[in-house]
Design a binder for this molecule. Structure first.
Ligand code: NAP
Length: 355
């Protein structure tokens, strides 16, 4: 069904300081839109500074920042006023460095989604919600692949293998998206469109994001994964394509449903080889793939999140995502992944995040 969105109305972007949100806001401002961005702390220069820079370089649009926390009920009520489109990107993307996954991941993801969508329910102007979900809501590990008759994941699939103890970040994204559809289905004013990206790469507009995206690429060049990596494939996509997908999902009159946004599943060694070809021997890129049993039993020395079950279920297995719906329905034209990795690594060097 056609649904016309008025681009002159403000657009709410939650988690404005984030890696992906920065690019969404840049594109919206370049189109001349008014963005209501939320951050947890308006005094935090690390959140607000990069956003002000983005706004300065896109003077056609207007950026207004509001304070909001996912865990505070009613927190988004001010920022959402007058908005037809809500883009809910805020959610922690961390896989290590926490003790309690419920507090660190599940609560902000699920309660946060509920708080934002209940604010949408209270606000008559809202017509559309674009949710930053993830392929983590689609697929958890090889247990899901084994049950998949197509051998490739598409928008009909859900992650049934993650839990609080096993891949809790993926579980948080599964629960948050399910919650969003439940709240959506109980009303009829606003439409829900989800963007389900795989691992996002590409240059950041901030040096300060805690996104696992940044850590993942950095670890391939800072010696942390030298001399070898697990034989593991990840779906990857360029941050600029993910941001473009959000903008298309917001404004296309017929946008609806879920969209896998992913552009290939290179192994970790293949990603490292692309970087090595471009940046040579100045950095300690991994040299080979480690046997699975070594990573399974000793991987946690290098990375506490590499638990034996995680390695067992994720290393040495095939992985494939079907991105055809994102191309057909959002008109996405993906950046080649080589460019994604090279541009990202160059930004890490330029910003002093890798030596
Ligand atoms: P990011 O840079 O860490 O951004 C996360 C944002 O969430 C930050 O702006 C952070 O705000 C906000 N946030 C976290 N806890 C919050 C809370 N309690 N209240 C309010 N805001 C809170 O990560 P990202 O990679 O851009 O991720 C953005 C979204 O994309 C997430 O929903 C993530 O699950 C999803 N995603 C990411 C990837 C990827 O590979 N990067 C892939 C698929 C999906 P503060 O600055 O205030 O901390």
């Amino acid at each position: 069904m056609e649904q016309i969105i008025d681009k002159t109305k403000p657009i709410l972007v939650t988690g404005a300081s984030g890696y992906i949100a920065n690019w969404i806001i840049k594109y919206l401002l370049e189109e001349g839109c008014t963005v209501h961005g939320t951050v947890r702390d308006l005094q935090n220069e690390k959140s607000v500074g990069p956003l002000n820079k983005i706004a300065e370089s896109a003077p056609k649009g207007t950026l207004k920042l509001f304070k909001a926390d996912l865990l505070d009920e009613g927190s988004f009520d001010e920022a959402i006023q007058g908005c037809e489109v809500v883009m809910h990107t805020a959610s922690p993307f961390v896989v290590r460095g926490f003790k309690d996954a419920e507090q660190a991941l599940i609560k902000p993801a699920v309660e946060g989604t509920r708080n934002v969508l209940e604010a949408a329910n209270r606000t008559d102007s809202v017509k559309r919600v674009v949710l930053t979900s993830s392929v983590a809501a689609v697929f958890g590990d090889n247990a899901d692949l084994k049950k998949n008759p197509r051998g490739i994941f598409n928008e009909e699939d859900w992650n049934f293998s993650s839990s609080l103890d096993h891949q809790p970040y993926s579980y948080s994204k599964f629960l948050a998206e399910k919650e969003a559809w439940k709240i959506h289905d109980a009303q009829s004013r606003w439409r829900l469109v989800t963007i389900n990206p795989s691992m996002v790469g590409g240059p950041a507009l901030t040096k300060y994001s805690h996104s696992t995206s940044i850590d993942t690429l950095r670890s391939l060049g800072n010696g942390k994964l030298w001399p070898g990596v697990p034989n593991m494939r990840l779906g990857w996509v360029d941050v600029r394509d993910v941001a473009r997908a959000h903008v298309e999902a917001a404004f296309r009159s017929d946008a609806e449903g879920r969209h896998i946004v992913s552009n290939g599943e290179p192994s970790m060694l293949e990603v490292a080889s692309i970087l090595k070809q471009k940046f040579g021997n100045r950095y300690k890129f991994p040299l080979f793939e480690l046997p699975k049993f070594i990573v399974k039993w000793f991987g946690r020395v290098m990375d506490p999140s590499a638990k034996p079950r995680f390695i067992e279920q994720n290393a040495g297995h095939p992985l494939k995502f079907d991105n055809s719906r994102s191309k057909a329905r959002l008109g996405l034209q993906y950046h080649p992944l080589e460019q994604t990795f090279v541009d990202h690594f160059q930004q890490l060097i330029d910003d002093g995040l890798i030596r």
